[in-house]
Write a protein that binds this ligand. Structure first.
Ligand code: ADP
Length: 359
């Protein structure tokens, strides 16, 4: 009997009131077994409803107890109280992982865009994919796209999408700012550049919870979440807060990016969020004759995709107009749809749509 079998069995335990299980919500913190077949399961949960942990503990005991070779099951529950009451309309027994449910009820798929480190073009990829997905969904008459910029240290999405101003509040909910048909929410709308960075750290979880709970996203087919770069605790708690359908990893082609991106992937593994695919950015510079120059090396994206057993969705060229477009607030997908970069972004967006289940 090894702990992976137990972890697998725990996927049968649903969070009360939700179709997702406690493993994918990231509530399982510890799975142990001694040589006598005594299992110890550690669960961390934020809830004000005493019945929720009781129900989870009972189900954990029942599914793990049913496994061959298990003698006894102990469940260690760590319960913390939610800081805020669940928003009206939220299901009973709302836990931390499910907090976003009320404002995000009409959001069909939440997809994270992640990178192991900063500067790889994660935000650039996020804004272009948001516009590309928006166009594709609009053509099909489907609901649109939202983009949540959760990078509170360097919120660049508003600038890149030419969105400015202060969001309005209506019915106690923050109304996202819309541009190019994409509904955008960013810390950049709420704080000014002078806000000291030390104040931002503690704000990160609060912000994300607010963005999930108190933003009136309305009906969306896809909410893209531009994660802060890196794979630390902040990112982990973030991916636990919002029920994600999957993640897209952005990387650059140099082999050195490999380990960093892998660490990111491991974080999603912990919370059982599938990696949908990899986007390699700054892959090559095309010369006037069409010859491709690999400025930052080659092969990183393909290598990461192979090791994560997922698709390499695309390779975005280095193109000065991508940066200029970002600075002007018009993504290249909109400003120059015939460019190689824009076509590649559209192609990546089509693959993302294909990966999402029919709901
Ligand atoms: P991250 O979100 O990973 O920190 P950004 O998206 O902010 O990275 O990109 C960093 C810088 O690189 C920005 O100035 C952006 O315009 C530029 N950039 C990103 N991708 C490309 C590209 N394919 N070609 C040219 N410039 C790019």
């Amino acid at each position: 009997m090894d702990s992976n079998l137990i972890k697998n069995a725990l996927k049968q335990v649903k969070f009360p009131g939700f179709s997702r299980d406690i493993v994918s919500f990231g509530l399982v913190r510890e799975v142990g077994i001694d040589s006598g077949g005594n299992a110890l399961i550690g669960i961390e949960i934020t809830t004000g409803n005493q019945e929720v942990p009781e129900q989870i503990a009972a189900e954990v005991k029942s599914v793990v107890g049913a496994l061959d070779g298990i003698n006894d099951v102990k469940v260690r529950m760590e319960i913390s109280q939610p800081q805020q009451q669940p928003a009206p309309g939220a299901p009973a027994g709302n836990g931390s992982a499910a907090k976003g449910s009320s404002a995000m009820q009409k959001v069909k798929f939440a997809v994270a865009i992640a990178s192991g480190k900063g500067g790889v073009g994660k935000s650039t990829v996020s804004v272009n994919l948001a516009c590309a997905l928006q166009q594709l969904l609009e053509e099909e008459g489907r609901p649109g796209v939202g983009l949540m910029d959760s990078d509170i240290y360097g919120p660049s999405v508003p600038l890149m999408l030419g969105a400015a101003g202060r969001p309005e509040i209506a019915n106690d909910m923050i109304v996202p700012i819309e541009n190019f048909g994409v509904r955008i929410m960013s810390m950049g709308f709420l704080i000014d550049e002078e806000t000291p960075v030390v104040w931002r750290g503690p704000m990160i979880m609060k912000t994300i919870q607010q963005f999930a709970q108190n933003v009136d996203w309305g009906e969306l087919e896809i909410l893209l979440i531009d994660l802060p770069p890196g794979t630390g605790d902040a990112q982990l708690s973030l991916v636990q807060t919002i029920p994600l359908e999957g993640a897209v990893i952005v990387t650059t082609p140099q082999p050195a990016a490999f380990n960093v991106a892998r660490r990111g992937a491991r974080m999603f593994d912990k919370v059982s969020v599938p990696i949908l695919g990899v986007v390699e950015n700054m892959s090559y510079l095309a010369g006037p004759d069409g010859a491709r120059q690999a400025i930052f090396g080659a092969g990183g994206g393909a290598e990461i995709a192979a090791s994560l057993e997922c698709d390499l969705f695309g390779q975005i060229p280095l193109d000065p107009s991508i940066r200029e477009g970002s600075d002007r607030g018009i993504p290249i997908v909109i400003s120059d749809p015939d460019s190689a970069a824009a076509k590649e972004f559209m192609q990546v967006a089509r693959q993302i749509l294909k990966k999402l289940p029919k709901k």
